[in-house]
Design a binder for this molecule. Structure first.
Ligand SMILES: [Zn+2]
Length: 292
């Protein structure tokens, strides 16, 4: 059901009021927030702009291209091509962009609030927008880091310089120079992007804030808490979506604001404690910010 304009502005006004009156703000960030800022993995025009060579091979989205170079598929035959994609992708998604507008607006909305963030994104946008890393629980990894593929330790390695070197020395748009393939300094195995894909993922650096997150939630039971859920889909609903719904149901003064352009709904059980805005997230955040 498409909301009428009146309903839209009514929801914006209600959301702004809830946020203004909130004692605590719990923010859930999914891929939809970055997509709203213009970096959309399902967008054919972005795939064509960033990766014309793969696009001409028939890969019409970044998701399709990534599936050809999935993190666990590196071997002696494909390693220069594996890194040919990943060097360019990490550069485009992690190092090239400034903070995107929806993230900057979110930072303005949260400023001065007692907030905590749970994010499934790995693109560093929250930090770029100014959010304090100690107030973010982001358990899925970070494009800015490499890890050992075995892994032989829980160490991670900043990859900014390595990525720049790979790109500078590429032998074709599809392949890096074999001298630039990164190996683990401890055991000599391949280094890999530090992304959660299977049980080889090095998660220690990313779960260190989990206790702060738990404490924030536990201490909020009596509070007016607003759960602001932004572009969270069904890839990993156990991280944000389901817990946010459970808190909304159980906490007497909780309110869920779900902003998602995709066609989905809110469970009837929490219908009276929820606001669902099916619109572009960047537009919604800008409109809420104007009403604060
Ligand atoms: Zn190693």
């Amino acid at each position: 059901m498409k909301l009428s304009t009146t309903d839209y502005w009514d929801n914006i006004k209600k959301s702004a009021e809830c946020i203004t009156n909130a004692e605590k703000l719990l923010i859930g960030v999914g891929a939809g927030l970055t997509a709203s800022g213009g970096l959309n993995y399902t967008d054919a025009s972005l795939a064509e702009k960033w990766y014309p060579e793969y696009f001409e091979q028939g890969k019409k989205s970044i998701i399709e291209i990534m599936s050809d170079f999935w993190v666990t598929t590196i071997n002696k035959e494909n390693d220069v091509f594996f890194w040919g994609f990943w060097a360019r992708h990490i550069w485009h998604i992690r190092y090239e962009p400034q903070a995107l507008k929806p993230y900057l607006d979110l930072f303005s909305i949260a400023s001065g609030k007692d907030y905590f963030i749970c994010s499934t994104n790995v693109d560093g946008q929250l930090e770029k927008a100014g959010f304090d890393k100690s107030l973010i629980f982001a358990p899925q990894g970070d494009y800015a880091l490499f890890q050992c593929s075995k892994p032989c330790s829980q160490d991670v390695y900043n990859n900014n310089e390595i990525i720049e070197t790979m790109i500078k020395n590429m032998v074709s748009p599809l392949a890096i120079c074999s001298d630039d393939i990164p190996y683990c300094p401890k055991c000599g195995s391949y280094l890999m992007p530090n992304l959660r894909c299977d049980d080889t993922f090095v998660e220690t650096p990313h779960i260190k804030n989990v206790d702060t997150y738990k404490t924030f939630i536990q201490n909020a039971f009596e509070n007016k808490i607003v759960l602001l859920e932004l572009g969270v889909g069904f890839n990993t609903p156990v991280i944000i979506r389901y817990p946010f719904e459970a808190i909304t149901l159980q906490y007497p003064n909780a309110k869920l604001i779900r902003i998602n352009i995709a066609n989905d709904t809110i469970s009837e059980k929490i219908d009276n404690k929820s606001i669902f805005i099916k619109e572009d997230i960047g537009k919604v955040l800008a409109d809420i910010l104007n009403k604060l």
